[in-house]
Ligand binder design. Structure first.
Ligand code: NAD
Length: 499
């Protein structure tokens, strides 16, 4: 049985707690490795070492830090197949999907190559006679990144890229279900030239997370995961005086207008709802057709597309549409929610319960389900299912559809399919959701924009990656300076007027 480590001081370091979590193979239900769960002392020691290492790294000029990012990006590219395999092995997603996971993280590293530009401050020349003002962006010190299971490469890269490029040291606490990719990325960034100790990967559970939240040296916490944990981490981190941005769960709706190209909408919906087994925070889990005809036509188009989905392990080849969910508990919960939908009166038009894959009976595979005639009071509508289950809520008109999206407690992503520019524009302007797609089902912004939801999908300020991340991981210092030669040339300086 493989025993994984932490990554401390530039090398793999065995855990000392004696506590471990099982890392499963979701396709077979077998334990494939054990990951150590750090103690408070192990966390605190890693933080102390990171604080030492940060002094030199923070003083390194941004262009040199950018060069480390360049080399890191190159190494990620060279190791793409290996990283995708690591992702797929622990998470269960298909290889093309796993490559997408690595690729979307790599794109954030590419933006971090522009750190010198992104960290440039502001300058006011001659704000008064002989007086200049400059605003500097300085690193915070040691920061923490706490990441979920569903993107084992992308989200750790979203966290470490901007934080490190801005001159911080980081303690990364990846999901204990998928720790290997983050560990390998730590090795690669060290090979790229990151000094030892600047990135420490500490594996663990609540004990390690709480130790990070209570450690006085940690200046900021970037979290991604479920909403209850995001709320908890935000509250505890900020109560301890830390800067925090905590991104939570989602329930993303796609409105389908009567004038939409329904074949294109159905193609988009099947990928957005069932891709990655629905385990994406930007998955579409609610279809909202406007009008009876649209709703009937959408079901008619969705049914054969759902029936054609191929579910299987990542090893079965690239024509597999999606793999297993992450744990047996997740599988049971999803099947239980589908059951509740039936009991509460929704129409199950595609039934993924009792799905079994020959040869993988102990794997966590869940068949695709679609419900029609779902109402907002049902559990399947209220809960983030995080599985291959699509709910259809019928609406009479655009205003009713918009209100449904607006009234939902989550606000991560949403989409509209329509041929009408006015409706699309109205939707984009009025909807209270952070990321909006127009004839685009999963509107994850490119890496030089920023990613973030509204309402219960995000707690704290500023978004992830892009320019916002550089703001989050730096603090501004404004220096006002006066040189008297300027005053001599400009004549007598009126000190009184400046007070
Ligand atoms: P999770 O909240 O269970 O775990 C996330 C992290 O928090 C992990 O590192 C875990 O070890 C830690 N953690 C778990 N319980 C904790 C506790 N009680 N105290 C302290 N730390 C704890 O989330 P998950 O199941 O790994 O990921 C799926 C969730 O993440 C979904 O809700 C999904 O929507 C969300 N997600 C959100 C975004 C976004 O950007 N908004 C992106 C990806 C995933």
């Amino acid at each position: 049985m493989e025993e994984l480590s932490h990554y401390v001081d530039g090398k793999m370091t065995a855990g000392t707690s004696g506590r471990f979590a099982d890392v499963m193979n979701p396709a077979t239900g077998e334990v494939q490795a054990k990951v150590p769960l750090a103690t408070v002392d192990e966390v605190n020691a890693a933080v102390a070492r990171a604080a030492e290492a940060q002094k030199g790294w923070g003083a390194t000029n941004p262009q040199r830090r950018a060069r480390v990012m360049m080399k890191f990006g190159q190494l990620i590219n060279e190791h793409m197949d290996e990283l995708a395999e690591l992702v797929a092995r622990e998470h269960g997603k298909t290889i093309p999907d796993a490559k997408g996971d690595v690729q979307r993280g790599l794109e954030v590293i590419e933006v971090c190559m522009g750190a010198p530009h992104l960290l440039k401050g502001e300058f006011t020349d001659a704000g008064g006679p002989g007086i200049d003002l400059q605003s500097l962006r300085q690193p915070l010190g040691v920061v923490a990144g706490i990441t979920p299971f569903n993107f084992p490469a992308m989200i750790p890269l979203w966290k470490m890229g901007p934080a490190l490029a801005a001159g911080n040291a980081m303690i990364l606490k990846p999901s204990e279900r998928v720790p290997s990719t983050a560990l390998r990325l730590a090795e690669l960034i060290t090979e790229a030239g990151l000094p030892e100790g600047v990135l420490q990967v500490v594996n663990g559970d609540k004990e390690a997370v709480d130790a990070l939240l209570d450690n006085e040296t940690i200046q900021a916490v970037g979290f991604v995961g479920s909403t209850p944990i995001a709320q908890y981490i935000y509250a505890r981190a900020t109560a301890n005086g830390k800067r925090a941005q905590c991104f939570g769960g989602a329930k993303n709706h796609m409105i389908v207008m009567p004038d939409a190209d329904l074949d294109k909408a159905a193609d988009a919906l099947v990928g957005a709802a069932f891709g990655a087994a629905g385990e994406r925070c930007m998955a579409i889990s609610v279809a909202v057709p406007v009008g009876k005809e649209t709703a009937d036509a959408l079901v008619e188009r969705m049914k054969p597309r759902i029936d054609a989905l191929k579910v299987g392990p990542y090893t079965a080849g690239d024509d597999v549409d999606y793999g297993p969910v992450i744990t047996q508990a997740a599988k049971d919960r999803i099947n239980g929610l589908v059951e509740s939908g039936v009991e509460q009166g929704a129409d199950l038009v595609a039934d993924g319960r009792n799905f079994e894959l020959q040869g993988y009976e102990n794997g966590y595979f869940v068949g695709p389900s679609m419900f029609d005639n779902v109402t907002p009071d049902m559990e399947i509508y209220k809960e983030e299912i995080f599985g291959p289950v699509l709910c259809q809520v019928r609406t009479e008109n655009y205003e009713e559809a918009l209100k449904l999206v607006m009234d939902n407690e989550y606000g991560n992503g949403t989409a509209i399919y329509t041929a009408d520019g006015d409706t699309a524009r109205d939707f984009a302007h009025r909807v209270n959701v952070g990321m909006v797609g127009i004839n685009f089902p999963i509107p994850v912004p490119l890496s030089y924009h920023t990613f973030g939801g509204w309402k219960k999908s995000s707690f704290g300020d500023l978004n992830q990656y892009g320019p916002d991340a550089f703001r989050f991981y730096t603090r501004t210092k404004t220096v006002t300076s006066r040189w008297f030669s300027g005053i001599k040339e400009g004549g007598e300086f009126n000190f009184k007027a400046m007070d």
